[in-house]
Design a protein. Structure first.
Length: 291
């Protein structure tokens, strides 16, 4: 009698040691950091809003302090480290991943000035220089579970809203949409100079909203006042958490969207720091692992 064994599937993500190749201030609110690595050719992207984990060094460190064991238990190992020493972990979108040369672009939405008055990621991005070292947990298979923009079959048109924190994801979504796909897009940014060219083959109606320094969310009022297309919609909404919740309620309650056809993500929350949100995320991850 013969027996056969089935190999366990390979993890869709793995760790990479990255270094900064160059940086560019592409607008007042956005810094693009280009990374390289000897094995970066092994990384792939599912496109659209492909996310990954980035691990940054603490101030004064030459490289992020990572757990000694980086296997499937990496989160528990990372969390067990001294918070004052362990790497600063954040979730970002792959803005571009290319070959020859192998490079990864990440766009950081920054706030505050370049003198250390922002959050840890803002401070790092504005001070980054070629050769600076970071780590990443990045995808190595295209269908990796790190893509949320997934219009179901039968979608007639797509609604997208975002602020500057979700702008890299919107750029990926628009680049992915095929020719003839209909999309209504609203993007709010703090400055007129933050408006970008977003290439797409889709039939996309893109509206830019300049927020200025006011603590306002003009995207909410813009969507409420908009005339929307006929047909079956799919919505992807991201940005400040309260605004995202308000838009979702409006689309479901006032516009009749199927709540299952709305992908929504709060990238940040007014009144909460990056560290506050990270602690909440850590707690959620721990609870999920305990279930």
């Amino acid at each position: 009698m013969t027996t056969s064994t089935t190999a366990a599937p390979s993890p869709p993500f793995r760790f990479f040691d990255l270094h900064v190749v160059r940086t560019a201030r592409i607008s007042p609110a956005m810094v693009r950091v280009t990374f390289g690595a000897a094995d970066l050719a092994e990384a792939v992207s599912g496109g659209r809003d492909q996310r990954f984990k980035l691990f940054l060094p603490q101030p004064g460190q030459d490289a992020p302090v990572m757990p000694e064991v980086l296997d499937e238990g990496w989160f528990a190992n990372w969390r067990a480290q001294d918070p004052a020493v362990r790497s600063v972990m954040r979730t970002y979108t792959i803005r571009d991943l290319r070959t020859d040369p192998d490079e990864l672009d990440v766009d950081f939405a920054v706030h505050g000035d370049a003198n250390g008055h922002g959050g840890p990621a803002t401070n790092w991005a504005q001070a980054a220089r070629p050769g600076d070292r970071v780590a990443a947990l990045a995808p190595v298979v295209e269908d990796n579970g790190g893509v949320d923009f997934r219009p179901p079959a039968g979608t007639d048109w797509t609604l997208v809203t975002a602020d500057e924190t979700a702008l890299p994801a919107v750029a990926g979504i628009l680049a992915w949409l095929p020719a003839g796909a209909r999309a209504k897009v609203w993007i709010e940014v703090p400055h007129a100079e933050d408006v970008q060219d977003l290439p797409t083959a889709a039939d996309a109606d893109i509206t830019w909203l300049v927020r200025g320094s006011a603590a306002a969310t003009p995207v909410v009022d813009a969507v409420r006042a908009a005339e929307l297309p006929e047909g079956t919609p799919y919505a992807w909404i991201a940005g400040e958490a309260a605004a995202v919740r308000t838009l979702r309620r409006h689309l479901v309650g006032d516009r009749g969207f199927d709540r299952r056809a709305i992908e929504f993500t709060g990238y940040w929350r007014r009144g909460a720091s990056e560290e506050d949100l990270l602690k909440e995320w850590e707690r959620d991850q721990s609870e999920q692992q305990a279930d």
